[in-house]
Design a protein around this ligand. Structure first.
Ligand SMILES: [Zn+2]
Length: 76
């Protein structure tokens, strides 16, 4: 990263912006006030991890599971 990086935007949404410099292979992830510089490999691992975490979270949040838990809560 010699200051000549040309980061191209991969995605930009309400909470983060992810840009990539194909020359050095670095990915820059801006999340609020935080900026992470990741190698391509680290980014791939993070992306994979985030995908799995999001999937796990959805399983936890699954409405069917909530329905099973709700009657117990309603007893009180
Ligand atoms: Zn670069």
């Amino acid at each position: 990263m010699a200051g000549t990086c040309e980061y191209q935007t991969l995605i930009e949404n309400g909470i983060c912006q992810i840009t990539y410099c194909a020359d050095c292979g670095y990915v820059r992830l801006c999340l609020g006030a935080m900026t992470l510089h990741l190698t391509g490999e680290q980014f791939e691992q993070l992306a994979d991890g985030l995908g799995k975490a999001a999937s796990c979270k959805r399983t936890i949040d699954d409405p069917k599971r909530r329905r099973v838990m709700r009657p117990t809560e309603a007893v009180h």
